[in-house]
Design a protein around this ligand. Sequence first.
Ligand code: SF4
Ligand code: SF4
Length: 388
Amino acid sequence: MRVTKSFRKEDYKEGKKVIIYGAGRYGELAYWMLKELNIKPFCFADEKMAGDKFCNLKVISPNGLKDYLDAIVLVSSYNYFLEMVSNLQSMGFESIYDILELLKLECNEANLSEYLLDEKHNWQKYANVVDNADNNKVIINHCELVVTECCTLKCKDCANLMQYYQHPENLDERGIKKYFNYFLDSIDMLLELRILGGEPFIIRDLDSIINEFVYSEKIKRITIYTNSTILPSEKVIRALQNKKISVHMSNYGAVSKKINELKKVFIENHINYYIHNYDKWLDLGNVNCRNYNGRQMVELYKNCMMAKCYSFYRGKLYICPRSAHGEQLGIFSNSNAEFVDFTKEENLEDRRKQIVDLITKVKFLTACNYCNGSASESNVIDAAIQMR
Ligand code: SF4
Ligand code: SF4
């Protein structure tokens, strides 16, 4: 049974406060769709943006929502959907609304950035979260599966720390399949599997990994992330011809030199793709120890957009790619609570519990002490500057 009701215009009555829970892309989409219905939201609620303004409206802390039990609260997030729902349930909200029907509305697309348009056109992604939300299930929204440390670019500020590998490797295919299948056995659903590196098209037989997972009923979508510098092999192109798969093409300008060729290949072969233009990145900084105190680490993690960016690497599940690669690079050692190790013998129930603990109990990571964090107030830098 669904835990939320999709908000429709008839749910609104004049004078009723409408609060958008989530000041990110889905929150902004909710804002524009409400505008189509001539409904002016009262405010946003968001942990990371509390006290700021978003779309010219004030942003309150989610804790403040308990003062508005009569309001219509729209859960407008993909990554934090279940957490938000359970937060509202614990405060005593009886009707909790999702924005699925709003996303399906026609609108003036000129108001929407390319990122918002992507999310709107891919409303099925959000629908998967809404339709499968269940507090008793272990549902992972997205998980990055690292298949190689090798990259065709060497970006000075790669957030995933690829620039620090002196001897990068393609990861063992049998290990990837074996341990990722153990992970799938331990959860109920993975809404999006993201296959990435480095640069995944470096692996000429990536088709074998794609084909291993594309038929898994637990995985709802697969996205391959490429920096648009290299064409995939013929057999990989064939493997990509599946409705469940899309290719995220990063466009870093001049260095993404195969972007037009890639686009042509994808069009000719009926492969789903979308292009994201990146001019700027947030600056997560180098890997020097910052010597933060405990309170600073908790704040950094709480506000970080990369926290809970699940990363599966060398048989272990992490909740931030920097946590995974920082440890592999010997920059720091994680405590056992900061990852789940699928290379160790463990029964299914214990693994499941470890995953739930990782998702719900971690308040900061060792890696945060070696990082600036990725938050709205972070420094902005030029994207994909290459090292000499
Ligand atoms: S292309 Fe991507 S993975 Fe490769 S170095 Fe740049 S940011 Fe990192
Ligand atoms: S602040 Fe922590 S969670 Fe955020 S990117 Fe850095 S290491 Fe990852």
